[in-house]
Ligand binder design. Structure first.
Ligand code: ATP
Length: 238
């Protein structure tokens, strides 16, 4: 069963189609990686999936249900959650309060302390820093807060826009490990957009390469990570 199905999706800025007829499937419980050069349309695609940008044509189906023109809040209610590239944390609020923002749509009887403990287990460093202002954290720690906040909303499909951007290799690996773990232990369905293409593909069930708003290559993640053409153009191997 596909958690998400995208069919002939077109998304335009004015007359220009930034996403130009994209179709792909995200099976339930799988990790799917989207790669592509700057400006290929990856962020635009994620924004359209979550409903922040309108589709010009085509369809997005979430758990078998056509999203049509459903607004962001409907899609979030149905279990989709986007962690944007800029993380959008509140720098002058404590880490813990930033995390709890993810729970704003939760019922009053939610055990918030237990939710926080779940996140601190995934990211122990955030427990140490929980009373610190989010703006004072390192880039990697801020990314952990952004992912943690999303997880508190208990999504079924997590969309991640370049979570490792600007981070040191060791931290990139750490973030990747958590992403892989979430898929394995919680059965979370994940759509990951990444510039660190090799590591993101290696860990993915499926991968898609986007060029100029179209999918030009797809396959098993591990296979794409070794694809000679991809290695040359996107994976930084001469
Ligand atoms: P990056 O890795 O740089 O974020 P991307 O693959 O996410 O790149 P998008 O940001 O989705 O690419 O951009 C796709 C195309 O749409 C680019 O040509 C970009 O210039 C254009 N574009 C993006 N946002 C807008 C906007 N708000 N108005 C007009 N054009 C835009």
């Amino acid at each position: 069963m596909n958690a998400l199905q995208v069919k002939d999706l077109v998304v335009a800025y004015g007359q220009v189609n930034a996403i130009d007829g994209v179709s792909f499937d995200v099976p339930q419980g799988k990790l799917v990686t989207l790669i592509g050069a700057n400006g290929a349309g990856k962020t635009t695609l994620l924004k359209a999936l979550i409903g922040a940008l309108p589709a010009k044509s085509g369809a997005v189906t979430l758990n078998g249900e056509d999203m049509g023109r459903a607004p962001v809040e409907d899609r979030v209610r149905r279990g989709m959650f986007l962690v944007p590239e800029k993380r959008s944390l509140f720098g002058s609020m404590k880490v813990e309060d930033n995390l709890l923002l993810g729970a704003y749509s939760k019922r009053h009887d939610t055990d918030f302390a237990q939710e926080l403990e779940r996140i601190y287990k995934l990211f122990p460093v955030l427990k140490e820093r929980r009373k610190q202002l989010a703006g004072t954290l390192s880039g990697g720690e801020q990314q952990m807060v952004a992912i943690g906040r999303a997880l508190i909303a208990r999504p079924r499909i997590l969309l991640l826009d370049e979570p490792s951007i600007g981070l040191a290799p060791l931290i990139v690996q750490q973030i990747m490990d958590v992403i892989v773990d979430l898929r394995r232990t919680e059965g979370l369905t994940i759509v990951l957009v990444e510039q660190n293409a090799r590591i993101a593909l290696k860990n993915a069930d499926l991968g898609y390469l986007i060029e100029l708003g179209r999918i030009v290559k797809s396959g098993e993640g591990a296979q794409l990570a070794e694809d000679p053409e991809l290695l040359r153009s996107y994976l930084g191997v001469q």
